[in-house]
Design a protein around this ligand. Structure first.
Ligand code: SF4
Ligand code: SF4
Length: 443
């Protein structure tokens, strides 16, 4: 069995990831030297060596590391260690990968950012995906979130999840749940996933089917119920903040509670992909903030975890980088079904120039360390609004893709900023779109 901890050498020292609590712990160079000695079987020598801190402080640190479970009573290291491959100021590898394993999908959602439907030419084969999983293991990537398209349409999805799990990688699954049967849910449960998210855009056939296609509400609800029954890891509803769901928030919260969901996520709507053709589905930043606040209350009252999103969502390692901007390209990255790598999926589908390379041609490590798009997102200069904001450290300046969409610059303010939503920018964006469409139909 694999140890609970994975220890990665990083530019600041090292980073430990607990596979049990899914928490990250950052350590400086001295702590890292202690771990290195412990890994070499020289744990006892740590006590005899001079350090630039007192013996009391050393004992305190060793006690904490023992309580955490990183060191044994004999001062042996209890972690899998990844070698030092870190570049200055940049994590040695992503902590989490979002991986859209196919473009094939059994729905035609109006808001699909990937314009999914048919399998794309050149999608990675099982063998190619396993080769990537080998690299992820070697790099010490901690978590992978699988999505699509619809990931359950891949016939090899279960063996692939198993391949990731046997490599010590924690797996989350994002699905529309249409294909979920009880035997499949049991097989998924046996793979000890970290988490399952079911995309769910309405509490009634009328709203849901209008967004996701005829007959989809019944199929999704059936799958969601089965997953909630069978998955020990817990299941969340993932709702995209679009106009039809605004009137159904209480009904959504009731439904989530009744089927046994753990909570509800409420995602910012981003006009990328098919949603560009459906501006009527967008909601304003003010409406988004009011909806999240309302949903939070509704979830609280029903014992559900709420949409902590507000772009302060629980994302890995937000405090592990100093660059301006979000986790995309700093602690996480995206792989699409054909092996293209970008800081996040929205970057890729909004502007293909943000693709850093293909895993068919270059290893992930090279793309992460050396490609121009990743360098660009790490070099963003702060905008004035966020630079002066007291929430910057936790918020990380909201969404950079929304800055691009609404202002044309990746470092521009996110209109869906929770502290100060900007409805004027949103209105101007709609007007611009309208006049463009009007011009298109004029002779
Ligand atoms: S201004 Fe808004 S988007 Fe920027 S850091 Fe503050 S809360 Fe976040
Ligand atoms: S750019 Fe936006 S969608 Fe992409 S990772 Fe950052 S916050 Fe998330």
């Amino acid at each position: 069995m694999r140890p609970e901890f994975l220890l990665r050498r990083e530019h600041f020292g090292s980073l430990a990831y607990s596979r049990r609590s899914h928490r990250f712990f950052a350590f400086d160079e001295h702590a890292t030297e202690i771990f290195s000695m412990a890994a070499r079987g020289e744990g006892r020598d740590v006590l005899a060596r001079p350090w630039p801190f007192s013996r009391e402080e050393l004992d305190e640190f060793l006690d904490e590391a023992r309580v955490l479970g990183l060191l044994g009573d004999d001062l042996a290291l209890r972690a899998e260690v990844r070698p030092d491959r870190s570049s200055p100021g940049v994590l040695s590898a992503p902590l989490r990968i979002y991986w859209g394993v196919t473009y094939k999908c059994n729905a035609r959602c109006r808001h699909c950012l990937a314009d999914a439907g048919k399998r794309a030419p050149g999608e990675l084969t099982t063998r190619q995906m396993i080769a990537v999983a080998d690299e992820l293991e070697a790099l010490g990537v901690c978590e992978v979130t699988l999505g699509g398209g619809e990931p359950l349409t891949r016939p090899d999805i279960l063996p692939f999840i198993e391949a990731l799990r046997t490599r010590g990688i924690e797996v989350e699954l994002t699905t529309n749940a249409f294909l979920v049967t009880r035997p499949l849910a049991r097989e998924l449960n046996a793979l000890a996933l970290r988490h399952v998210d079911v995309s769910f855009d309405g509490a009634s056939t009328e709203t849901f089917d209008a967004v996701r296609g005829p007959g989809t509400f019944v199929k999704a609800l059936k799958g969601l119920r089965v997953l909630c029954d069978e998955m020990a890891c817990g299941v969340e509803m993932h709702v995209t903040g679009m106009r039809p769901v605004l009137d159904e928030l209480p009904a959504l919260a009731d439904l989530a509670r009744d089927v046994g969901c753990r909570g509800i996520g409420f995602l910012k709507v981003r006009p990328v992909g098919r949603l560009r053709e459906h501006p009527e589905l967008l909601i304003s930043p003010g409406e988004f903030v009011r909806a999240v606040t309302r949903l939070e209350e509704l979830c609280d009252a029903r014992g559900l975890s709420g949409p902590t999103d507000l772009h302060l969502e629980e994302l890995p390692g937000k405090d592990l980088f100093v660059n301006f901007g979000c986790v995309g390209g700093n602690t996480t990255c995206w792989i699409d079904g054909t092996g293209s790598v970008a800081p996040c999926s929205y970057y890729q589908y909004l502007d293909a120039r943000y693709v850093g390379g293909s895993l068919k041609e270059r290893p992930l490590k090279e793309i992460w360390d050396r490609s121009a798009p990743f360098a660009r997102v790490r070099a963003l200069r702060p905008n004035r609004k966020c630079a002066r904001c007291r929430y910057l450290n936790t918020c990380r300046a909201g969404c950079r893709v929304l800055g691009m969409i609404y202002h044309g610059r990746p470092n521009a303010p996110d209109p869906y900023c929770v502290a100060e939503p900007d409805d004027a920018v949103f209105e101007a964006f709609l007007l611009k779109g309208r006049s463009r469409r009007d011009r298109a139909i004029l002779p």
